[in-house]
Design a protein around this ligand. Structure first.
Ligand SMILES: [Fe+2]
Ligand SMILES: [Fe+2]
Length: 190
């Protein structure tokens, strides 16, 4: 798969945006990992995997990664390859080479509805942590098709999707960071 290393699809500010998002995800993932009592080794894995989780997007055409409208099924298939490219890429970085699997599975939904259909605890723990941190930063950031959502709105959306997308035990820990904001939706699902 070395050929893609020579053909970046993103450059300049777009690439920086991918890494800024990665940094945000890494920091949230680290906080969550620490709060669920994971050891230093796993916390490091969550942080480094967070940084690189979307690096594969850098090898996909900009028109798909940052498309303003709805992606077609074919375009979705193209964008999905960022998980695989990211996995291959981190395998070549000394400090991250053991974390390819966590990057590969960062779009798995807990109910099996994600990219590769992994389900529940079959999804690597670090990927389950990143899934939550990733959704949060995506909702809280400007996207080509919408502005960043206010905190309450972002959390409402995540609460609604929690039972389907996330490991709920980890999600509850993440949710505690936000104190009094209503947990009704989560409670309703469980
Ligand atoms: Fe991603
Ligand atoms: Fe992401």
């Amino acid at each position: 798969m070395d050929h893609f290393m020579l053909a970046p699809g993103l450059s300049g500010q777009d690439m920086l945006d991918v890494f800024t998002h990665g940094q945000n995800v890494a920091e949230t993932a680290l906080m969550v990992a620490g709060s669920i009592g994971l050891g230093e080794r796993v916390k490091k894995a969550a942080y480094v995997s967070g940084i690189y989780h979307d690096v594969g997007k850098c090898f996909i055409e900009r028109e798909f990664v940052f498309k303003k409208g709805e992606l077609t099924d074919e375009e979705k298939g193209i964008v999905k390859t960022h998980a695989l490219y990211g996995c291959a890429f981190v395998g070549k970085i000394f400090a991250a080479k053991d974390y390819g699997e966590f990057v590969l599975y960062h779009h798995e939904d807990f109910d099996g509805g994600g990219y590769y259909g992994l389900k529940g605890k079959n999804i690597p723990l670090v990927s389950r942590v990143i899934r939550i941190a990733d959704c949060f930063d995506a909702l809280r950031s400007d996207r080509p098709y919408r502005k960043a959502l206010p905190l309450k709105e972002a959390l409402d959306i995540m609460d609604e999707e929690a039972s389907r997308k996330f490991d709920i035990e980890i999600y509850k820990v993440f949710r505690r960071f936000f104190g009094n904001i209503s947990l009704n939706a989560v409670a309703r699902n469980f």
